[in-house]
Design a protein around this ligand. Structure first.
Ligand code: COA
Length: 244
């Protein structure tokens, strides 16, 4: 896990820290980052020592300024083929993780940057964060799940406005829209994420996983089906607790 080039992956006290690490390019998301993130997500999913994960960006200026435009504009066809393969898998993998995931974002949070944050469960932003989905202006659509995850988080009309106009929004508006849970100072961003992570990791991993599944899977079901899912997960947990 230590020989990554554009992601720093660390584990400390049951918390995984994932740092997008191309600060010279505002942590733009390139093929290398996709390959490394795929491995990191697999590790978070499977490693019992990881109870919760925090995602953040290296450097002062950005969480992530979106897909790497140099690859987007010039990638030769084998690279594109590889890109498509990873695109197909990585967002499904991200969203299949049932452990709690926290995004702690600052500076530019654009395109894939927002979409990574949207694959997390709780989003904290620093006061300097700026959010945008510039894809329409590039004649593409969000391709990292954003067209599906954004409306599920902030609602259909707001998501349509942001995606169709490419309008950028600042941290405080992001909080009002419920795109982020909290806005904190830049200085407090990591410690605020760690406070949350420490609180969460004290609880039963199975209860956390089931609660996350009940909510995230339930949102795509009818109320009736959602209640059935809740009952099923609740009963399973009850039986485990009774045996344990
Ligand atoms: N892909 C590749 N490189 C990027 C990048 C991206 N998405 N975003 C920024 N960079 C690079 C710049 O090319 C520049 O590199 P250089 O120093 O080698 O020239 C460096 O990061 C700093 O960016 P710069 O544009 O000089 O900073 P700025 O403060 O003037 O502008 C932004 C910041 C975010 C407004 C601007 O970089 C930008 O618009 N980036 C593209 C955003 C985007 O459209 N993303 C794709 C979404 S699908």
């Amino acid at each position: 896990m230590s020989n990554f080039e554009v992601i720093i992956y660390e584990k400390q006290n049951d918390i995984a820290y994932v740092t997008l690490n191309r600060p010279q390019a505002l942590n733009a998301y390139n093929i290398q980052m996709r390959d490394e993130l795929y491995q990191v997500l697999g590790a978070i999913k499977d490693d019992p020592e990881v109870k919760v994960a925090i995602f953040r960006g290296a450097g002062e200026r950005a969480f992530c300024a979106g897909a790497d435009l140099t690859e987007f504009l010039t990638a030769p066809s084998p690279v594109i083929a590889r890109q498509v393969r990873w695109e197909r898998d990585i967002w499904g993998l991200f969203l299949s993780i049932t452990k709690p995931l926290i995004a702690a974002v600052h500076g530019y949070v654009l395109g894939t940057g927002i979409e990574i944050a949207l694959c997390c469960d709780i989003r904290l932003a620093s006061e300097d964060a700026q959010f945008g989905l510039p894809e329409a202006g590039l004649s593409i659509i969000p391709a990292a799940g954003g067209s599906q995850t954004l409306p599920r988080v902030i609602g259909r009309a707001q998501a349509l406005e942001i995606i169709l106009t490419g309008r950028w929004i600042k941290a405080e508006e992001a909080r009002r829209l419920k795109l982020v849970n909290q806005v904190v100072s830049r200085h407090d961003l990591l410690s605020a994420a760690e406070r949350l992570a420490n609180k969460i990791k004290a609880y039963s991993p199975m209860a956390l996983s089931y609660a996350k599944q009940a909510i995230t899977r339930g949102l795509d079901l009818s109320l009736e089906q959602g209640l059935e899912l809740e009952a099923e997960l609740g009963n399973r947990l009850f039986n485990v607790n009774k045996r344990g």
